[in-house]
Design a binder for this molecule. Structure first.
Ligand code: FAD
Ligand code: EPU
Length: 284
């Protein structure tokens, strides 16, 4: 069942829709197969990159050298309920988690609805929206080290930060147990609608990687970029969104280089005019 391809285009596997190819692309169909792939990579000293839905990613035009392992096989994408707990595979889409929690009348996971990634990507990024963070709703995670060994850990024992779970920089998330709170369908539905409306009011629908920069603490990055008058600034096919200053959109023909140059331009202006050092949130 495992998918294995050489020279695989990655642009189509990212929401920004730019970048080159992976030397090798693998979608393992089980944890055993994932462990085997890791062992082969280790033997060959091949660099490894873990890919979810590519929604927080800027793949360079030269692509990714080494082996890209993507955990989106159906066996990694299950969402199963037991009481208030949801057992989610790393490849499960966050939208599905939010929708399934509605079906099971659980509240607390609605903020995941508009984040176009996987459970694995959300754990790695400690993704958040509308005041909620992924690790607010995580009971425990299951992960694999690069030697192929599986571990489980309670969320309370794991250090997390704004937009990062450092443990998962060096380990592969296999899945998580998430916890909701009992509610009813109408309440959950209402929260889903409110969050969705809020997002579509302020964020663009065009291809992007979500917010490009982390909020620096003193001012939201989007507000800062807006105040710098940079909305609509273009480099090639990349443009600062007119809707939200912290989104760079691909107008159709952008290259990764266009996006990178626009990122540099924004960073320079924020530094020289406002003394703010912007840090990218997207993985480059
Ligand atoms: P990818 O982009 O594929 O990967 C992101 C990082 O996670 C990479 O470093 C990758 O190596 C690592 N990774 C992926 N899977 C695993 C795994 N199984 N184990 C270990 N590491 C892994 N983010 C927010 O936080 N809040 C938002 O509101 C939000 N809104 C967005 C809106 C839009 C329109 C877009 C395009 C993006 C938005 N994002 C947002 C960014 C993005 O959706 C999240 O960061 C998401 O969690 C990334 O998941 P992914 O599966 O796409 O990960
Ligand atoms: N603002 C402007 N101009 C802009 C954009 C924003 O003035 O162009 C102002 C808004 O009016 C508001 C403030 O800045 O007063 C904050 O804006 P918003 O509510 O849109 O939130 P944000 O801080 O820009 C964060 C996350 C988003 C998440 C939203 C909603 C970061 C970097 N971004 O955005 O996450 O969806 O809150 O909760 O933390 C992502 O991480 O990729 C992402 C999209």
């Amino acid at each position: 069942n495992t998918i294995l391809r050489a020279d695989e285009p990655l642009a189509k596997r990212t929401t920004m829709r730019v970048g080159g190819n992976a030397d090798v692309y693998v979608e393992p169909a089980s944890e055993t197969e994932l462990a085997q792939v890791l062992q082969i990579c280790n033997r060959l000293h091949a660099p490894i990159f873990i890919l979810g839905r590519g929604s927080n990613l800027l793949v360079r035009d030269g692509g990714i050298h080494g082996v890209v392992i993507c955990l989106v096989h159906p066996n990694f994408s299950k969402v199963e309920f037991s009481g208030y707990l949801m057992h989610c595979g790393a490849g499960a889409k966050l939208k599905q988690v939010a929708m399934d929690s509605k079906k099971h009348q659980l509240t607390g996971l609605e903020f995941l609805e508009g984040i176009p990634g996987t459970v694995g990507g959300a754990l790695r990024m400690n993704a958040g929206a509308m005041g909620g963070w992924t690790f607010d709703v995580v009971e425990s995670i299951r992960y694999m080290d690069y030697g192929g060994e599986v571990h489980e850990q309670q969320a309370t024992e794991i250090k997390v930060e704004y937009r990062s779970c450092p443990l998962l920089k060096t380990h592969i998330a296999l899945g998580a147990v998430l916890k909701g709170h009992p509610s009813n369908r109408e309440v959950v539905e209402k929260r889903l609608k409110t969050f969705s409306a809020k997002r579509w009011e302020s964020q663009p629908a065009a291809p992007s990687a979500g917010c490009i920069f982390k909020n620096p603490g003193t001012i939201p990055a989007g507000k800062l970029i807006d105040e710098l008058g940079m909305k609509g600034t273009r480099v090639g096919g990349a443009m600062v969104s007119q809707e939200h200053g912290n989104f760079i959109i691909n107008e159709g023909q952008a290259t990764a280089k266009d996006v990178l140059n626009l990122i540099q331009l924004i960073k320079q202006r924020a530094r020289s005019e406002r003394g703010v050092e912007l840090e990218t949130e997207v993985e480059i």
